[in-house]
Design a protein around this ligand. Sequence first.
Ligand code: NAD
Length: 458
Amino acid sequence: MHKQQSIIEESLKAIMEDEEFLPDLKAQTREQAYHSLSALLSTPNHVHKSFLRITLENGTIVRIPAFRVQHSDTVGPYKGGIRFHESVNEEEVANLAKLMTLKNTLHELPFGGGKGGVVINPKDYSVKELHLICRKYVQYFNDIIGPDKDIPAPDVGTGEREMDWMMGEFKSTHPGEPYRNSFTGKSIVNGGSLGRREATGKGVYFTFRYMMHDFVKENKKWLSDTDNIFAKTALEHADKKLKIAVQGFGNLGSVAALEAYQCNYLQNKIVAVSDAHILLYNEDGLDVPALVHFAKENNGELPATEEELRAHEIKAELGERDDLLSADVDVLILAALEDQIREDNIDSIQARIIVEGANGPITEEADKYLADKGVLIVPDILANAGGVIVSYYEWVQGKEAQFMEEDEIFRRLFQKMKGTMDTILPQFFGDPFPLRQNCYIHSVMKLSTIMYRQGKLY
Ligand code: NAD
């Protein structure tokens, strides 16, 4: 069973044992409700698959597999990114669509969950071919997407350029209909939202900072009185200057690292960062703005030689990429890929707090093992929702054709994430479940209640 599904099953069991949950269902067997919910949540509403017919620039015709999975529209129109990657497959897209349902519900966004994918390595295609792939994607899924049906966004391998192209095609194929909010993650000139690019990285750091330095400090008294192992971990780190390592220095990792660096009232230090090629380490703290500047000028990559470091006056030791995971740090922010912490490297992890920026960077076995040791894992569903939250603001702005200032976007983003944490954290530190399980329980509970009240669960 996939990790998400097994957590959903565990969450359902926990909910079913809760006497307060849907008391009207008491007349029926709870067993029946459990099976109904399990069936509704484990399977998507629709799986759309097509083979995009593309004529390459050299005249060859190819057929490229493409997916759009619509998991649930219980809470609102389907919403989720479109991934361009060679490893895309139906199961992966379906699992990511399910995660979107749970994430959107957790953060009280008026969206269901969906996800898309195209099986390509974008680097193998010319700009003209990529443009054609984007247009064909919209043409093939023309009837199922739209501002009130299913609103895609960027994901791995796609960005604002692709969203602009797709919105442009949607506009052509739906003349006279609203189109501005058919896609989110667009460029600013094309109706995108200010702050969208930084939203996920800022949200990831905010989640960590709010939990450790606001919530934990404010609630020190009762947290010290509980025997919750995660409360102990949090308290041990609450007043310390923390050493942080960030895996991945792309859109998410570089913004999260910069947020940590700039948050000088906490004096946390980014001591290690890595990308696909290299690890940089400095015990006294890395000059993150200089690294961001370097990456901007060098195709997103970190300096990888002594000469490059010297030329940019950056003080750091170079190391093996994967050694970042075992670095002597308090906090690991995972902002690269899935399945990075696994059974084979789990014993080397020293960090006691791990923040999941990427989706699914810790395998199920590793997750359980670390949780048993009291490692506080801030899960993807909670920490990396900044992108979809600002996508929601972009969607609203598109509907109203009124645009907000950047400050206003970030104010709302942090307010929303704070609201979610204020609901989740007291419950989390008060019961024995890890934070991921807690978020799932909350989300599944809310989805079930909404389904029940809509007359869809009996
Ligand atoms: P990105 O492509 O901009 O950056 C990825 C970074 O990871 C790059 O620096 C790359 O060099 C690095 N990397 C790749 N393999 C690595 C490895 N083995 N070790 C260390 N670094 C490695 O992607 P992004 O937008 O920053 O997203 C990162 C992850 O977060 C993805 O898994 C994505 O699905 C997830 N995510 C992103 C967003 C968003 O809004 N950007 C939102 C939610 C989730």
